[in-house]
Design a protein around this ligand. Structure first.
Ligand code: GLN
Length: 487
C-alpha cells in the first residue's frame, strides 16, 4: 500500500517509527493531487510551498525532541466554508471570491495546535446549499469512483479528496446531510456530531441551528482521532456545549453489549433503491451475527422532515446571508449606483441561482402574515421530529438505516429539478433537525461498483457509543479498505 492509501493513524505510526517524514508524506499527497485532481477537481486552493513548510516544521519539531500534537504530519483537507487565516475562503461563491479571512475557525486552530498539515481548501455547493457540488460557482467535483457522477454534497470536495487519496482525512460541514451523504456516495466515513459538540466559530453560517463541523476519514480510528482534536467547548460559539470530550480512540474497540439496534419502518418505503436496501439489510444481518438485537421503531413525523428543513434552513439562510450587501467585504457591483441598486446588483451578481432561490423562499417564510403559517409551524413540527427520536432511543441504542436513497447519480441528472435534488436528503435531515449525532460508514457497492453507505444515528452526545457500534461492523467487514482507482 502506498503512502497515499494509508489512514491518518497509520501515517502517525510511520512517522514515530522513523519510516516516513511529514515532508515525504506531504509530497506524496501533493503529487497525487497534481496528477489526479485535474480529473476529480476536489480542490479550489492548494499552496504547495505552504504545505511543505508546515510538514517540515513538524519534522523539525520531531528531530529536536519537542512535544508533537495528536495529528502531527497528517495532511487534512478543509471545506472552503471554514475560515483559514491568510488563505482564501470562498464558500464556492462569487460573492466571496476574493475573501481572505483575518482569523482561523475554531476547528482550524485545533488542527494547527495538533500539528496537522493543512493541505488545501475543497470545493462545495455554494454556501453549502446542495447535494451534488454542482452548485459551486467554480466547477463540479467528480466522484472518484466514476468521474461521470457527482460526489454528493455539499461537502463534495472534502469527500472526494479523501476517496481519491488526496488527503487521508478532511473536514466538512453538515446542515442537512452534507457530510454523511457525500461520505456514503464516495465510499468513506463521515460524521455529523451532535449539535453543540464542535464549535461553529469561523464556520461561515448557512443555517445556524443546524450547521455542524465533522470529519471525513477512511476508517473509524481516524474518526475517533479527529473528534478528539476538534470537539470541545468554545466560548466564542454560544451554542457550543461545555462537556468533556471522551477519549474516543481508547474505547473504540470495546463492543457494545447488549446492543439493541432500532430500524425505523419509515426508512424502507418507496424511493429507496433496491440495491441500497439489500446492502442495508445485509449489514443488519451482520450486526445480528455480532449479537445485536434488531428492533423496529417508528419515526412517524419523518415524512415532514424535508418540508420542515426547507423552511427552517431557508429562513435562517435568508437572515444569515443578509450580510453580503457589498459594503463590508466580498463582491460589490461596479458603477455609480444608488444604495438600493448597489445592494441588489451586488447580490444578483454574487449569488448563484440556488442561493437566490433559498433566500427568496426563506424571506417569504419569515414575512409578515406568513411567518406563523410557515416558519413557526415548521418549528413546531421540528419538535415533534425530535420527540420521535427521544421515544425511539428509549427503546434502542442506535438507529440504523440508509444514508442516501440511491448511490451517486450522474452529473446533470437532477440539477434542473430542485425538488428531486432535495429528496436525496430524505434520510439525513431529521438528524440535524433533532440535533442528534449521525455517521455514514461504507457497507457495500452496487453492481456497477458505486459505494453504498450505512447510516447510524445516536442520541445527543453519544458519539462514543456510535463510533463503537460502527467499529464493530468495520472489524467484521473490509469495505473500509477499498480505495477508488481514479480513471
Ligand atoms: N443538501 C442539503 C441542502 O441542500 C443539505 C446541505 C448541507 O448539509 N449543508 O440544504
Amino acid at each position: 500500500m502506498s503512502l497515499i492509501e494509508k489512514t491518518a493513524g497509520e501515517l502517525i505510526e510511520l512517522q514515530s517509527s522513523g519510516d516516513a517524514t511529514a515532508e515525504a508524506i506531504a509530497d506524496s499527497f501533493l503529487a497525487s493531487i497534481r496528477v489526479q485532481d485535474p480529473k476529480v477537481q476536489a480542490f479550489l486552493h492548494v499552496d504547495e510551498a505552504a504545505v511543505r513548510e508546515q510538514a517540515r516544521a513538524v519534522d523539525v519539531k520531531r528531530k529536536t525532541g519537542q512535544k508533537l500534537g495528536a495529528l502531527a504530519g497528517v495532511p487534512v483537507a478543509i471545506k472552503d466554508v471554514l475560515c483559514t487565516k491568510g488563505v482564501p475562503t470562498t464558500c464556492s461563491s462569487k460573492m466571496l471570491q476574493n475573501f481572505v479571512p483575518p482569523y482561523d475557525a475554531h476547528v482550524i486552530e485545533k488542527l494547527k495546535a495538533a500539528d496537522a498539515v493543512l493541505i488545501g481548501k475543497t470545493n462545495m455547493d455554494e454556501f453549502a446549499m446542495g447535494s451534488s457540488t454542482e452548485n459551486s460557482a467554480y466547477f463540479t467535483t467528480r466522484n472518484p469512483w466514476d468521474l461521470e457522477r457527482i460526489p454528493g454534497g455539499s461537502s463534495g470536495g472534502s469527500a472526494a479528496a479523501v476517496a481519491a487519496c488526496f488527503a487521508p482525512v478532511s473536514l466538512g460541514t453538515d446542515t442537512g446531510g452534507s457530510i454523511r451523504q457525500p461520505a456514503s456516495l464516495c465510499g468513506i466515513v463521515g460524521m455529523k456530531p451532535t449539535y453543540g459538540r464542535v464549535s461553529r466559530y469561523g464556520l461561515i453560517a448557512f443555517a445556524s441551528s443546524l450547521d455542524q463541523v465533522g470529519p471525513f476519514t477512511h476508517d473509524m480510528y481516524d474518526q475517533a482521532l479527529m473528534m478528539e482534536v476538534i470537539a470541545g467547548h468554545d466560548g466564542r460559539d454560544s451554542t457550543s456545549v461545555d462537556r468533556s470530550v471522551p477519549a474516543y480512540t481508547k474505547s473504540l474497540d470495546i463492543p457494545i453489549k447488549p446492543l439493541t439496534i432500532g430500524v425505523a419502518k419509515e426508512y424502507f418505503g418507496g424511493g429507496l433503491d433496491s440495491e441500497v436496501e439489500a446492502s442495508i439489510r445485509t449489514a443488519l444481518k451482520e450486526y445480528e451475527k455480532l449479537g445485536a438485537t434488531v428492533k423496529e421503531v417508528s419515526l412517524p413525523h419523518s415524512k415532514y422532515a424535508i418540508a420542515v428543513y426547507y423552511l427552517v434552513a431557508t429562513a435562517e439562510a435568508s437572515s444569515n446571508l443578509a450580510r453580503y450587501d457589498g459594503m463590508h467585504y466580498g463582491h460589490r457591483a461596479k458603477g455609480k449606483l444608488d444604495l438600493i441598486s448597489m445592494y441588489s446588483r451586488t447580490r444578483a451578481e454574487g449569488f448563484g441561482q440556488e442561493v437566490q432561490r433559498r433566500i427568496m423562499l426563506g424571506t417569504y417564510a419569515l414575512s409578515s402574515g406568513y411567518k406563523d403559517a410557515y416558519y413557526l409551524k415548521a418549528l413546531k413540527v421540528r419538535r415533534l421530529i425530535k420527540n420521535d427520536f427521544d421515544q425511539a432511543f428509549s427503546e434502542c441504542d442506535v438507529i440504523l438505516g440508509p444514508t442516501a436513497p440511491t448511490a451517486a447519480f450522474k452529473i446533470g441528472e437532477k440539477s434542473s429539478d430542485p425538488l428531486a435534488m432535495y429528496l436525496s436528503d430524505i434520510f439525513t435531515i431529521s438528524c440535524n433537525l433533532a440535533g442528534i449525532a449521525g455517521i455514514s460508514i461504507p457497507c457495500g457497492f452496487t453492481k456497477t461498483g458505486l459505494p453504498i453507505g450505512l447510516q447510524i444515528q445516536a442520541p445527543p452526545f453519544e458519539e462514543e457509543k456510535m463510533l463503537r457500534v460502527a467499529k464493530m461492523f468495520e472489524n467484521a467487514t473490509d469495505w473500509h479498505t477499498k480505495r477508488a482507482k481514479v480513471g
